[in-house]
Design a protein around this ligand. Sequence first.
Ligand code: GN1
Ligand code: MG
Length: 355
Amino acid sequence: MLTKILSSYGISPAAIIQPHGSGLINNTWKVMDLSGNYIFQKINNDVFKEPWNIADNIETISCHLNKEQPGYFFVTPIKTIEGKTIVYKENEGYFRLFPFVKNSHTVNVAETPQQAYEAARQFGLFTKMLKSLPVETLKITLPDFHNLSMRYSQFLRACAEGNPSRIKEAQSEIQFLQTHRHIVSTFNEIKNSPDFKLRVTHHDTKISNVLFDEKNKGICVIDLDTVMPGYFISDVGDMLRTYLSPASEEEKDFTKIIIRDEYFEAILQGYLYEMADELTAKETRYFVYSGMFMIYMQALRFLADYLNDDIYYGAAYNGQNYVRAQNQLSLLRRLMDKENFLYEMVIAAAKKAIL
Ligand code: GN1
Ligand code: MG
């Protein structure tokens, strides 16, 4: 089946196809052919209901960058022999193909603060390079994706209408999330504040979405499905969520979840290197909040999915989404423990960046 779709790009049936990466939503393969190496993806269209919106956004972004920032390196999908950037096959779904960038590699977890710094610079640079593109020209590929008040309502619905035995089991986590709903109120203030700008936002800043070169310098960001208008708290927040702790969201031993200060400093320095002049003073003061926002939202999403019998994320073992939610709540507690200390780091770095 995959071979047939690849033939619309002129790729030979003898090409080697291997599963690649660890995303929860799309399926990804590496394709090795005599004509070159590629990354091949099936778009999950239960999640992305309008895959053509993704293709349109990538087209809009690449046209803008080619014109305004011709030196900026950026990976675009390869066109089929017929000139399409997405292939649709009935009963199979939507597929696209990217060139595999030579001498590049990805990492699955941040192993050094230097990697975290490089990634933060790349995500900051991406937003900065697109600052002259009017955000409203981008299509919404996932409505309300990082709308925390909507996520909170979804969670409340799951608490009322979900699996009754799971609701009972998760009482203490449900309580905790409700007690901390001030995180949602702060988000509502942000939405209504003129100090917070909508910019071109990546919305999936895990470290495996950055390509590194042989010297571990960042080359560019990849996986542009969720690029939409958004707030900087989404991008910085997901970096804090996924790089600060050495243990991932799948870890069951929550004692392994810690906040590594040197990774916080690296994300801060890397992001501000590109974005210090773009962020308003008020936005900068919400740097630590952005981590709380994303971790809280991910806990809500994992827990709501558990209560709804795992319809969104699926589960490789019984209770996986419950473990993920508990894991994220531990991470949130650890971050809150250090909130003031990290805030001081932000203020010090912002002062230096202005001088
Ligand atoms: C999903 O598929 P992946 O791993 O890139 C999810 C993110 C979550 C993440 C949690 C479209 O991303 O929002 O943070 O899982 N993407 C979508 O691991 O829902
Ligand atoms: Mg993704």
